[in-house]
Design a protein around this ligand. Structure first.
Ligand code: ADP
Ligand code: MG
Length: 396
């Protein structure tokens, strides 16, 4: 049976995905391929194609022309597939071992054909089940430093940087972050989602005028600071991990934004674990938070010293200023992420999977307290130790 591959946009089926796989990637001519749709989201299809004879596998991810958030469909640009593939390729120039290999793309079909990573586990799943992934902070610290430095004005000629900033303009996906992370959770908006027991804590957030002002400043930074090519959605559900490997996937929210956003989002998602774990299991997460920052800062410093194209690179205090700003921004963005994942539209399994209601509410209140404190005290953080101290204080 020969199958024709669609040439204009059409949602793939398992059989057209197989036909496509044969065209785009060298499988043995008469291999009898199998295919399963394994995506878990509402935004995209993820087809896993396998030659059962050889065990060879690949992934075809296809964007769907809508997003089914808020219960109803709304149109969402297919261009995000191209953005995702191109971010994977661009970041792969600097950290090839930390992203999946991209084998082929088709802008019209909104597909990315890439390396299959199903020998690994989504980091959030593993963490929720008590795994620790010893390489996680080392690898993500390096990923952050390498990708963010090399796509910034410190690493690129200004023409090249602005060319990339234009190529990676991603207004529709940014709007989702602007609404869901930086706006809706801070107002009484219908799409917010939280247990009635949290009502007083939530109202305290809506009525805290100091907090509102600080969130407005963080949102402004997200809207206006085109520092580097971000992943844009670097939570632990966008990371595959094992004891020996780490791979970052799913950069469809990629765009030119503030460096601290990727750093802060990742740290916040570790913080959910530091909040929910029992005392004896918490330290390993605290160590991951600390190490992520330390690896990021030391690799960024090394790159600055050896590869920076910035004329002021040797000006005393400038690198320190840049890193301090990344840390304070990261603390603030982490605070927004902690709050929005607790009371906003999109939640995290780390909190929601806790069956004991009293415990869950307790941890959620703690996440809200930590989030508020990180936002309000971020300017006073001179080191990652200060960030951890704020987190610790929310425990009591
Ligand atoms: P979405 O953008 O819809 O969230 P993701 O890129 O996060 O899509 O992928 C959804 C799921 O599909 C992942 O959680 C993972 O289980 C699976 N998946 C995605 N990419 C790969 C891959 N390269 N290898 C194996 N599984 C993958
Ligand atoms: Mg995803």
């Amino acid at each position: 049976m020969t199958l024709t591959v669609p040439t204009t946009y059409k949602a793939l089926t398992e059989s057209t995905a197989i036909a496509l796989a044969k065209v785009v990637h060298p499988f043995d001519g008469d291999a009898r391929l199998t295919c399963r749709e394994i995506g878990d989201g509402n935004l995209n299809y993820v087809f896993q194609i396998e030659d059962p004879q050889t065990g060879k596998r690949l992934i075809i991810k296809q964007a769907l022309p809508y997003a089914k958030v808020i219960g109803e469909s709304w149109p969402l640009t297919l261009k995000r597939a191209t953005i995702e593939a191109n971010v994977l390729r661009k970041h792969g120039e600097f950290v090839p071992s930390l992203v999946p290999a991209v084998y082929a793309t088709d802008e019209e079909l909104a597909i990315t054909v890439m390396e299959d990573l199903s020998h690994l586990e989504i980091a959030r799943e593993g963490l929720v089940n008590g795994k620790n992934f010893p390489r996680l902070s080392q690898d993500i610290g390096e990923y952050l430093a390498e990708t963010l430095f090399h796509t910034s004005d410190y690493g690129l000629h200004p023409f090249e940087k602005k060319g990339l900033a234009a190529e990676f303009s991603n207004p529709e996906l940014c709007k989702i972050t602007e609404d869901l992370v930086f706006t809706d959770p801070f107002f009484d908006v219908e799409t917010n989602d939280y247990e009635p027991q949290l009502q007083p804590a939530v109202e305290a957030i809506w009525n805290d005028r100091k907090l509102q002002l600080e969130v407005a400043k963080l949102k402004k930074s997200f809207l206006t600071e085109s520092e580097a090519l971000l992943h844009g959605d670097l939570h632990t559900g966008s990371i595959f991990a094992s004891q020996t490997e780490t791979k970052v996937i799913d950069p469809e929210f990629g765009f030119y934004g503030p460096i601290g956003f990727d750093v802060g989002l990742f740290l916040a998602n570790l913080m959910f674990q530091s909040i929910t774990r029992e005392d004896g299991d918490r330290q390993v997460i605290v160590d991951h938070i600390e190490k992520t920052w330390e690896v990021f800062a030391s690799r960024f410093t090394e790159l600055w010293k050896t590869e920076s194209v910035e004329s002021f690179k040797e000006t005393e205090g400038y690198l320190e200023y840049v890193l301090e700003k990344v840390l304070t921004d990261a603390a603030g963005f982490a605070g927004c992420e902690l709050i929005r994942r607790t009371i906003g539209l999109a939640h995290v399994k780390d909190l929601d999977s806790i069956e004991d209601t009293e415990k869950r509410i307790h941890f959620k209140k703690q996440a809200l307290r930590a989030g508020q404190a990180l936002i309000l005290k971020r300017q006073q953080t001179a080191s990652i130790g200060d960030v951890l101290q704020i987190l610790e204080e929310a425990h009591t």
